[in-house]
Design a binder for this molecule. Structure first.
Ligand code: OGA
Ligand code: ZN
Length: 422
């Protein structure tokens, strides 16, 4: 699997499953040698040569000379048999407390079909768990195949993934390739989108469940007489992420351009994570402040009042920036302690200076029939002011969580496993 895509997926998932974690060059998944109640196929060009049990782990030796260790309790919890994992729902049934804290297998061996066989002595009867070798290898959690996010160098201004509406709607391979490109670049332009109300939602639903918000199931970005958002004016909209007033802002945003005849109204984008990486490397104090301080966001209208907090740069547990939360329109009055206020304000000014600098700023006027698709938790977006008297401007948008992107990608990978390991 493409390492960059895998690391992006890992950034979004708590479960860090790598294909054949040994770093070998498997090309195709093999048929499992045990039913793991898992719809994913695991490729593995190595086999188990021996298995031994110690006081607390099973030591598995692989045909490429590497070794893995799995705790007895971990193996028992992951027993794939129908007594432990429902064969139809595939969800776990066995409960941690139903397993003795210091469970130890009665015996382990390599089954004649290549699976790891672990026999337990429970409640005076024997129970055997069979683990598919590929599944086991992919779920290895010891040694150097750790969960560290690899260092990535991002381009300052990533190029968009370009895709054609008809291809995405008619070809699953095109859809999967597009999702991969989108995950890497953080944004995309889809061309050939029909001039139809609801096309943004149709594209969103091709990926997964479209997420509603206080702006509706989908929303129309136009200059409105009584705007509930700065977006619904004709004014300049500085770079921002949408909905930081939600505890979990949406991941993917689609903005379908139906009309853009007005003067101005150019779309603006900047890769916030590229800026965060630069700050982490070159301006650690600014990075520290923006990652360690939460700021309040608030959206209010006649019928709602959302308030929540986020750091402007949000990191994962390894300290790598993963999400950006910034909106000049909905940030509430800063409330950081008095002594820390000047430094926080200076850090925000520095962040805004960088995102707006020519090094990071991307500008592009959308044409009718194009959809701008971007990762709202990575790419800040905005637009220049437009003159409504010079022509109409109408975008229609909707949101999805990034989980929908990753899920669709996984299902399409399942369908065509050759693609997954290219
Ligand atoms: C928005 C927005 C951008 C545009 O609706 O949140 O950022 O180009 N719109 O009008
Ligand atoms: Zn926006």
């Amino acid at each position: 699997m493409n390492i960059a895509i895998q690391s992006l997926i890992d950034r979004h998932t708590t479960q860090k499953v790598t294909q054949c974690g040994g770093g070998c060059r498997c090309t195709k998944p093999k048929n499992p040698n045990a039913d793991m109640a898992d719809l994913r196929m695991y490729n593995c060009c190595v086999s188990i040569t021996s298995a031994q049990t110690t006081d607390d782990v099973v030591v598995v030796k692989w045909s490429d000379g590497t070794t893995d260790q799995f705790h007895h309790g971990w193996l028992r919890e992951n027993d794939p048999s129908p007594a432990s994992r429902h064969p139809i729902s595939r969800e776990r049934i066995v409960k941690p407390l139903s397993i003795p804290a210091f469970i130890r297998p009665k015996s382990v061996c390599v089954h004649s079909n290549g699976a790891l066989s672990v026999t337990w002595s429970e409640h005076n009867s024997n129970h055997t768990s069979l683990f598919d070798a590929g599944w086991l290898r992919a779920h290895s959690y010891c040694g150097s195949k750790s969960t560290q996010t690899p260092n990535q160098t991002r381009p300052d201004r990533p190029s968009p993934a370009i895709a054609v509406w008809h291809d995405l709607l008619s070809s699953q391979d095109a859809l999967r390739n597009w999702l991969d490109s989108y995950l890497l670049s953080g944004w995309s332009i889809v061309v050939g989108v029909p001039h139809e109300d609801g096309a943004a939602v149709k594209l969103g639903q091709r990926i997964g469940t479209v997420r509603s918000s206080n702006f509706g199931f989908s929303f129309d970005v136009k200059s409105k007489a009584e705007p509930i958002s700065n977006a619904y004016t004709s004014g300049f909209l500085p770079l921002h992420t949408d909905l930081p007033h939600y505890q979990m802002p949406p991941g993917l945003q689609i903005l379908h351009c139906l009309q853009n005849e007005a003067e101005g109204g150019e779309s603006l984008l900047a890769d916030g994570l590229a800026v965060a990486d630069l700050l982490a490397r070159e301006e650690p104090e600014t990075f520290r402040i923006l990652t360690n301080t939460t700021v309040p966001y608030r959206f209010q209208d006649a019928d709602s009042d959302y308030i929540t907090r986020h750091p402007i740069i949000e990191c994962d547990e390894t300290g790598h920036p993963v999400y950006i939360n910034w909106s000049n329109s909905t940030i509430a009055p800063l409330d950081t302690p008095f002594d820390a206020m000047p430094a926080l304000r200076a850090a925000i000014r520095r962040f805004v200076t960088l995102i707006e600098s020519p090094r990071f700023l991307i500008e592009r006027k959308l044409r009718p029939g194009e959809a701008l698709v971007f990762d709202n938790r990575r790419m800040l977006h905005g637009r220049t002011a437009f003159q409504p008297e010079t022509g109409a401007r109408h975008l229609q948008g909707c949101y999805l969580d990034t989980s929908e992107v990753l899920s669709r990608r996984e299902v399409l990978t399942r369908r065509n496993s050759d693609l997954a390991f290219a």
